[in-house]
Design a binder for this molecule. Structure first.
Ligand SMILES: Nc1ncnc2c1ncn2[C@@H]1O[C@H](COP(=O)(O)OP(=O)(O)O)[C@@H](O)[C@H]1O
Ligand SMILES: [Mg+2]
Length: 323
């Protein structure tokens, strides 16, 4: 099948003082045009490294791309020169970073920042870029665009700032939007509004979205397809129904259980995932897995098709059991 966006055998690591450290080892991940794909993983799983590798924003060294392909609209981004990458970054592929405050410049109004990006990327005259900036603010459903453009970032709420960042990301007609934990620092009620906006924009503008989150609940609100990233590897992937409603990997199940449904139901992840021995060449989840077997310590499982589009990398191979 010809996917619009596809990652194949991607291995990325860092040279550190303690030696070489592999951060990503992704066999395969594919996003169709106009599809919303969720990537879920705990802090440190490699989510941001993946996003920055796609946009080629990591410094080399210390970053090393050992192997792999990142195919976007038929072209391998890993083979592009820095000049060629400028034609993709912020134009065809946009990114919303984790922290809205660090993305916006505090000394310029949001209108000036939006206009600058539009002028630079689309080669429009100032007046025309101002008109597009106003349209884009309407697009992200911020009321009173003519007033908002004169505000400085600190004069806006967290949710309003994140909407401006989404406006900047989409102002140049991006085909792929990478959203790296876009609601991380927002209140729950504001989060819901931003998620709804991303889902609506994805549908209306037909952009493909790589939606990165550490919380499976957020992903199911926005995405059709999901992958679970654990220590740089995808351990389970498929549709939201397959992976989040019918998870088979003990890691996915533990992640899902860690979502508190009510105050009484709060589960302590540390209690749930007992720490133990360190695996040697085996499954990265071995030491924390409550369903581990002998083979798991020595042999790393690869992604196996369980049915439909549901893949899991686990020696249990879909066999369910209680944790
Ligand atoms: N510049 C770097 N040098 C060395 N290690 C790094 C660097 N950037 C990230 N890492 C490591 O890569 C792993 C994944 O990090 P990251 O992608 O930021 O995680 P997250 O899933 O929370 O976004 C972490 O173990 C982190 O320490
Ligand atoms: Mg991150």
């Amino acid at each position: 099948m010809n996917h619009y966006f596809e990652i194949k055998d991607l291995k990325v690591g860092f040279k550190t003082f303690e030696g070489y450290k592999r951060a990503l080892d992704i066999e395969h991940l594919a996003i169709n045009k106009g599809e919303s794909y969720g990537l879920i993983g705990e802090s440190g799983a490699g989510k941001t490294v993946l996003a920055l590798t796609i946009l080629r924003l990591l410094a080399m060294p210390p970053t090393v791309v050992e192997s792999g392909q990142i195919i976007f609209a038929g072209e391998d981004l890993l083979t592009k020169s820095e000049n060629e990458m400028r034609l993709f970054r912020g134009k065809r592929i946009s990114m919303i970073f984790q922290d809205p405050m660090s993305t916006l410049n505090p000394v310029f109004t949001v209108g000036e920042q939006l206009r600058q990006v539009i002028q630079n990327n689309r080669g429009l005259a100032k007046k025309e870029a101002e008109r597009v900036a106003l349209e884009t603010i309407d697009l992200v459903k911020l009321p009173d665009a003519r007033n908002i453009i004169h505000k400085y970032p600190h004069e806006l709420s967290g949710g309003q700032r994140q909407r401006i960042i989404i406006a900047i990301a989409l102002s140049c007609g991006a085909e792929l939007l990478i959203a790296d934990e876009p609601t991380r620092n927002l209140d729950v009620t504001i989060q819901a509004g931003i998620l709804k906006l991303i889902a609506e924009l994805q549908r209306d503008l037909k952009v493909s979205v790589l939606f990165i989150a550490n919380n499976p609940g957020l992903v199911s609100a926005v995405c059709n397809q999901v992958a679970i990233l654990q220590e740089g590897k995808i351990v389970e992937k498929g549709t939201v129904r397959e992976v989040l409603r019918n998870s088979v990997h003990p890691y996915t199940t533990a992640l899902l259980r860690a979502i508190p449904k009510s105050k009484q139901d709060k589960i302590d992840l540390k209690k749930l995932i007992a720490s133990g021995e360190v695996s040697n060449g085996g499954c990265a989840y071995f030491s924390r897995c409550l369903r581990r077997q002998d083979i798991c310590s020595s042999k790393c499982p690869t992604l196996n098709l369980l049915g439909g589009t549901h893949f899991a990398a686990c020696h249990l191979n879909g066999e369910r059991g209680e944790l």
